[in-house]
Design a protein around this ligand. Sequence first.
Ligand code: G4F
Length: 343
Amino acid sequence: MADPKALNLKTALILGVSGQDGYYLAKLLLKNDYKVMGTTRHIDSTSPALKSLDQKNFSVIYADIRDTEGILNLITLKKPDEVYNLTGVSSVAYSFEHNEETLEANAYAVIRLFESLAQMGLAKIKFYQASSSEMFGKTTITPQNETTPLNPVSPYGVSKALAHRAADRFRKNEGLFIASGILYNHESPMRPTTFVTRKITNGAAKIKLGLSSELVLGNLDARRDWGFAGDYVEAMWQMLQAETPDDFVVATGETHSVLDFVSTAFKYAGLPGGESKYLKTDSHLLRPTEIHQLVGDPSKTSKTLNWHRSVNFEDLVKKMVASDIELLCIQNGLTKPEVPAFN
Ligand code: G4F
């Protein structure tokens, strides 16, 4: 392959390319003429989605963020202009049972990497750190913004808060270019069913197709600020194009309950009012500590980066339901059913 520097292509390294955000970000960067390298810990399971990307300027490499030396070797060898850290534990539910793994991958490994970048004089590399609204935890402030105090209540939230604070320190004290995106829940048809939105749209589609008779969830009252992942990776990229690195909230500013999501998904699956018939709850799915409501104020991001979401709540749910119906029909050799054509 030709040298990307000679071709004036920017190069980006995505740590953790195999998830939802990795896919959308790689797609965006390729569209913007980058050479993109992505790391994964699951090289054998490179997804069909990643394989569908333009392979000319895209490659997947095995690497684990916990192996600082390996990541630094990769950075010194490939000399990326931009590094996006999307790797680590992403499920809050999983983090309650895996404290140590969560802290190691989401916080300590990231801090070791910042430290090494500073020591090796690599401060010019633009680094995106995936911070999270989960850091706000049991906050009493609504909506939250970049200055809202952190009050995490899950191992995941604690790990993200630690890395977020470290990013700020390395930015201010060592001059590293680290932009931290405080992202609220962002979803898409690529979301695994371990997250509530995809569990709901997959469940609604299965019921519609006669493949299941119920949808079992935990807390229906929790409220989240849900946006489309494809919009949120645009904000990540824009953060690294800014003159100076900073913290940015990426959110819609709207909040909906889990039950609202279920009702909307049933509506678009052609099962209006299906909650009373198909929806069940199981206390085993409740979390040891729950955040009742999160909603972000994206005004700084909108003003500074001119970022705006393009997909609203209804369209997000509709998109995910339609995709799940289509996928299940293909997987099960079924004919696509008639569902109401909402515009
Ligand atoms: O979809 P969730 O698992 O997402 P959660 O915990 O809000 O975390 C997501 O958003 C964060 C941003 O704030 C990210 F940092 C994080 O990486 C992740 O992307 O759960 C959403 C809500 C929770 O209140 C949960 O208790 O849905 C509730 N819920 C109810 N029943 C359920 C279920 N969640 C899951 N995963 N599965 C259920 O059956």
